[in-house]
Design a protein around this ligand. Structure first.
Ligand SMILES: [Zn+2]
Ligand SMILES: [Zn+2]
Length: 232
């Protein structure tokens, strides 16, 4: 078995990932709004055609992960997969931010609640009708990639992870690869449930993940997450 290649493409503040092989790729997330030009320029440099992308997996419906989704999908002409809990948000072009997990992120949420027009313009994205609704798991071998999509809630109720057979996990915001204003190094600054996140980190370890590719920051070994959980 030839293990899948992973390319990281940063679109605004967010890492998107191409996982797969020449001429058959799955794209994980679509970054911030208006970044499709950056995406297609990078694709060209990698020698990948828009038609080589077989599927786009949305890890969760936050503005920094679906901002350029409509434009990228239109040119690639491929289906979009999202979890059932977040499909209505994607179709409606609507964002719901989870609560802050630290002092700074809680203040940020409170600030946003006091300034709705500013938040509305920041969160804006073009709605997308997804072709594939994931409930628990999705096998990606049908798209030419040895990987599966797992339901990994905690940051949001419908968060997804793409895990390749060789152990590369693109996790969206389930785990961070950088410190966000004093928060725990890997804990997302916003989350529905911290307990659920810790459980999902363990689950990734037992599911065969070796490398974590986060939506923000640099990739790191899964053992770093397991150590963090063990300390708690
Ligand atoms: Zn994010
Ligand atoms: Zn997020």
């Amino acid at each position: 078995m030839i293990s899948e290649t992973v390319h990281r493409i940063r679109l605004g503040i967010t890492n998107c990932y191409l996982m797969g092989h020449p001429r058959r790729w799955v794209l994980v997330d679509a970054g911030c709004r208006g970044r499709q030009g950056t995406f297609f320029r990078r694709l060209k440099r990698l020698g990948i055609g828009p038609g080589d992308i077989r599927l786009i997996v949305v890890t969760h419906v936050h503005f920094d992960h679906v901002g350029s989704l409509a434009a990228i999908r239109e040119r690639c002409g491929c289906p979009v997969a999202v979890h059932a809990a977040e499909a209505p948000l994607l179709k409606a072009g609507r964002i719901v931010l989870p609560p802050g997990t630290g002092e700074f992120s809680r203040r940020l949420i409170a600030f946003g609640q006091r300034h709705p027009p500013m938040v509305a313009s920041l969160y804006r994205f073009d709605p997308v009708i997804p072709e594939i609704i994931v409930e628990h798991e999705l096998d990606l071998r049908g798209y030419g990639v040895e990987a599966r999509v797992l339901h990994t809630p905690g940051h949001t109720a419908g968060s997804l992870t793409v895990l390749t057979a060789s152990g590369h996990a693109a996790v969206g915001d389930l785990a961070f690869g950088c410190r966000f204003f004093g928060a725990n190094r890997h804990m997302p600054p916003f989350a529905d449930s911290l307990e659920t996140i810790a459980g999902q980190w363990r689950k990734l370890g037992t599911a065969g993940a070796r490398w974590i590719h986060p939506g923000h920051g640099c990739p790191f070994a899964v053992r770093r997450l397991l150590k963090t959980v063990a300390r708690q």
